[in-house]
Design a protein around this ligand. Structure first.
Ligand code: NAD
Length: 266
């Protein structure tokens, strides 16, 4: 029998971190060996996620955790400010990383790429782990050839720190790459500043933040006498788990840096 993949979760006390920890504890091919966060220090991660105690306790010091737990993969769901130092510590210590934290800058991605090469380790940074969301982006990129005008509306829970979402930025990038002609959106007079949303390469993006939402996105194309709407809804954080599990099981076989789970999927 193959040995289990040893995984440490960083941000294990957060909404995504708990879901990921629970998923790993329930997966026969994965072994949760460490849980790092600044909250709930000393608590058993099994208890924290509503399972039996597993004798793995939340700790604050990632470097110490990596040294003592020797994970093959670190999964990070923290904040943009925390993720980068975490990624540096993990990659320089020879641990592969799977990063779900959004809000990383292009400079951050360049640095991760460089660290992967320098330390011969692998990293996946994925703005969205929901397979349906990746298909939504792919369908949007296909439609872009036929509809020069498009707007993106992304809707998330009100605790989300960054706007617009990483997924909406990636969608806009894919649409721009798939376009044969571009047609900037009409703006008109903005009677309330910002009411037409933010703009990226002529595509308008709108961010909605409300309690009750998880992660949703609509891509609306407009053409002569017709519109095409492509919509994806993550109804719960479970929607991200098959993608996270796939990433954790695949990252060691994909040399270097990968941006976007679609590269593991399609
Ligand atoms: P959250 O606030 O519930 O969890 C973040 C956790 O990180 C908290 O437990 C917090 O204590 C911990 N943390 C923050 N700073 C820390 C530090 N310095 N040291 C140790 N721990 C620290 O947030 P969340 O809803 O779980 O989201 C986490 C990230 O994942 C966000 O960036 C969010 O946008 C992203 N996200 C990505 C996907 C995806 O598919 N890629 C899906 C959902 C959320």
């Amino acid at each position: 029998m193959l040995s289990k993949i040893r995984v440490l979760v960083s941000g294990a006390s957060g909404r995504m971190g708990r879901e990921v920890s629970k998923t790993i504890l329930n997966d026969e091919e994965l072994q949760l060996v460490g849980a790092v966060d600044k909250m709930n220090i000393g608590k058993d991660i099994g208890n924290l996620v509503g399972l039996e105690p597993v004798n793995i306790f939340l700790q604050e010091d990632l470097a110490a955790g990596l040294k003592s737990c020797k994970p093959q993969v670190m999964v990070d769901f923290t904040t943009p400010a925390t993720a980068m130092p975490n990624i540096r510590v993990a990659l320089t210590s020879g641990t592969n990383v799977v990063v779900g934290t959004t809000g990383l800058t292009p400079d951050n991605l360049t640095e991760i790429n460089g660290l992967c090469t320098k330390y011969q380790v692998n990293a996946l940074v994925a703005p969205n782990f929901a397979v349906g969301a990746l298909l939504m982006m792919r369908f949007a990129a296909t439609a872009a050839k036929y509809f020069p005008q498009v707007e993106i509306i992304e809707l998330h829970h009100d605790q989300k720190l960054d706007a617009p979402s990483g997924t909406s930025i990636k969608t806009a990038e894919m649409i721009l790459a798939g376009r044969e002609q571009s047609s900037p959106a009409a703006i008109g007079e903005e009677k309330i500043k910002g009411v037409r949303g933010g703009e990226m390469g002529g595509i308008h993006l709108h961010s909605i933040r409300l309690p009750g939402l998880i992660a949703h996105q609509e891509v609306i194309f407009g053409g002569q006498g017709q519109t095409l709407t492509i919509r994806h809804d993550s109804m719960s954080r479970e929607s991200f788990m098959p993608g996270v599990v796939l990433a954790v099981k695949t990252v060691s076989q994909r040399p270097g840096f990968t941006y976007g789970l679609e590269h593991y999927l399609f």
